[in-house]
Design a protein around this ligand. Structure first.
Ligand SMILES: Cc1cc2nc3c(=O)[nH]c(=O)nc-3n(C[C@H](O)[C@H](O)[C@H](O)COP(=O)(O)OP(=O)(O)OC[C@H]3O[C@@H](n4cnc5c(N)ncnc54)[C@H](O)[C@@H]3O)c2cc1C
Length: 167
């Protein structure tokens, strides 16, 4: 696979100077270095949609929970780094994971995949953004009331997220 050489890091560096490096270090301190992805092939996948795109992605940050996400957003704000959120990043046909703005760091929320709460009588669930329709369907099977309610997501498959579909 040929790696796009439009130089996402260079493009962003032009805008924010050395602040990207500092932000990457701070994000790594919050989420762990393995969850700050700068691998060029993975970045190129994130730059690829089902149609031609030109946007570049300098990095992907993957927080595990709300606290980490809040810290990541504070760092992005501090260093004025543009970010683009994805829930499960499977927005096939509508841009996939490709950010709307060039040189945006993707904040990938797919590790935040907990079903926080559900109310059986009123039939609602509180989910983190990484919860997919697979998990939603599983919950619907487990909870009698929800079993009578359509959880959506059937047309795009089970892998995309509940929250991403709402957006
Ligand atoms: C064949 C097909 C059929 C489909 N049919 C339907 C249908 O019948 N009904 C329907 O509603 N949809 C339909 N879709 C759309 C589909 O539901 C969405 O593509 C999918 O749910 C996206 O989920 P995701 O978690 O991958 O989203 P993501 O790619 O993670 O996000 C989608 C968008 O929402 C934004 N976003 C995601 N999470 C957040 C967040 N936490 N905060 C702020 N912004 C956020 C992202 O920036 C992105 O722009 C269909 C898609 C396909 C390919």
């Amino acid at each position: 696979m040929e790696v796009r050489n439009t130089g996402a890091v260079a493009a962003l560096a032009q805008q924010v100077g050395s602040r990207l490096d500092e932000a990457l270090s701070e994000w790594a301190a919050v989420v762990g270095a393995e969850f700050v992805v700068c691998d060029p092939h993975i970045r190129q996948e994130a730059e690829t949609a089902t149609f031609a795109t030109t946007q570049t992605v300098p990095a992907i940050v993957r927080p595990a929970d709300r606290d980490e996400l809040q810290q990541c957003m504070r760092i992005a704000n501090q260093f004025r780094i543009p970010v683009y959120p994805v829930s499960s990043g499977k927005n096939w046909g509508y841009g996939s994971r490709v950010p709307a703005r060039d040189a945006s760091v993707i904040v990938d929320l797919s590790r935040m995949n907990r079903i926080v709460d559900f109310h059986e009588k009123l039939a609602y669930v509180t989910v983190e953004p990484g919860v997919t329709h697979t998990a939603g369907a599983l919950l619907a099977r487990l909870v009698k009331t929800l079993d009578r309610i359509w959880t959506g997501g059937g047309f795009a498959g089970r892998a995309p997220g509940v929250i991403g579909e709402i957006f």
